[in-house]
Design a protein around this ligand. Structure first.
Ligand code: CA
Length: 232
C-alpha cells in the first residue's frame, strides 16, 4: 500500500515516514500542496491541512475531484474542525495533532479495509437504472457514468446489497462508517443528499421512520408520479 504523506513540518514528517515504512507502507512525501497535487500512484492520502502554499481544504477537494482515493485529514486545529465541511470536501477520516502513531495506523487500516471491503465482489450488478461494479467502483446511472466519493460509493453499495430492502440508519452507519467516527448521523444525510444529487433523488427512497432503500425495478410498482400507462 502506497501512502502519499502531505506534511510540511519535518519534525513530524520524518518520524511519521519512518514509522509508516516500518508498518510496511510505501511512503511518498510531499511538503507542499503543490507537490501533493502533482503526486501520482498512491493508494491513500494523509493530508495535513496547514500547508505553506495552498490551503489543505483546497488540496483535499482537488484530490477528490481527480480520484476516489481514501483521504485522511491531519489537523492541528481541533477547535476549527468542521466535520461536515471535511466530508463535503471528500475526506474519509481525520486525526487531530498531536495524534498517537498507533491510532493513526489503526485509522489508515480501517479506511483501507472499508475501501477494500466493497471491492470483494463479482461483476457489475444492475438495479433498475443503476449499474454498479463493486470491483472497479464504476457507477453508471441511466447510461451516464457517475463519479462518487468512496463514502458515497460505500453507501450506495450498502443499499445495493439487497435492493428493495430497507436499511436502517444504524445499519448504514455501522457498515459504512466506524461507530466512533463523526458521531452524528448528519454525516449520513450529507452523503445521501450528494448521492441523490448525482443519481436521481427518487432512486433512493426514504422509508419514513425506518431507513432507506433503493427504488429498483421490483419496488417501483406504486410510483405515484408515474400514472401514464406506456405501451409495451
Ligand atoms: Ca502543517
Amino acid at each position: 500500500m502506497r501512502i502519499l504523506m502531505v506534511e510540511d513540518d519535518p519534525a513530524i514528517a520524518g518520524p511519521l515516514e519512518e514509522g509508516l515504512t516500518r508498518e510496511g507502507f510505501t511512503v511518498q512525501a510531499a511538503a507542499t500542496g503543490r507537490a501533493a497535487l502533482a503526486a501520482e500512484g498512491y493508494d491513500l492520502v494523509l493530508l495535513d491541512l496547514g500547508l505553506p502554499d495552498i490551503d489543505g481544504h483546497v488540496v483535499c477537494r482537488e484530490i477528490r475531484q481527480q480520484s476516489s482515493v481514501p483521504i485522511i485529514v491531519v489537523t492541528a486545529r481541533s477547535d476549527e474542525i468542521d466535520r461536515v465541511t471535511l466530508l463535503e470536501l471528500g475526506a474519509d477520516d481525520y486525526v487531530v495533532k498531536p495524534f498517537g502513531f498507533r491510532e493513526l495506523v489503526a485509522r489508515i487500516r480501517a479506511v483501507l479495509r472499508r475501501s477494500e471491503g466493497v471491492t470483494q465482489a463479482n461483476g457489475p450488478e444492475s438495479i433498475g437504472p443503476l449499474v454498479l461494479d463493486l470491483r472497479t467502483h464504476e457507477v453508471i446511472f441511466s447510461g451516464q457514468e457517475v463519479t462518487l466519493t468512496p463514502k458515497e460509493f460505500d453507501l450506495l453499495a450498502c443499499l445495493a446489497e439487497d435492493p428493495g430492502a430497507v436499511r436502517t440508519r444504524d445499519q448504514i452507519m455501522s457498515k459504512v462508517w466506524d461507530e466512533h467516527w463523526w458521531g452524528s448521523t448528519k454525516t449520513l444525510d450529507v452523503h445521501l443528499a450528494s448521492l441523490r444529487k448525482k443519481l436521481d433523488a427518487e432512486f433512493i427512497e426514504t422509508v419514513r421512520g425506518v431507513g432507506f432503500r433503493l427504488a429498483g425495478e421490483d419496488s417501483g410498482q406504486e410510483d405515484p408520479g408515474n400514472k401514464e400507462s406506456k405501451p409495451t
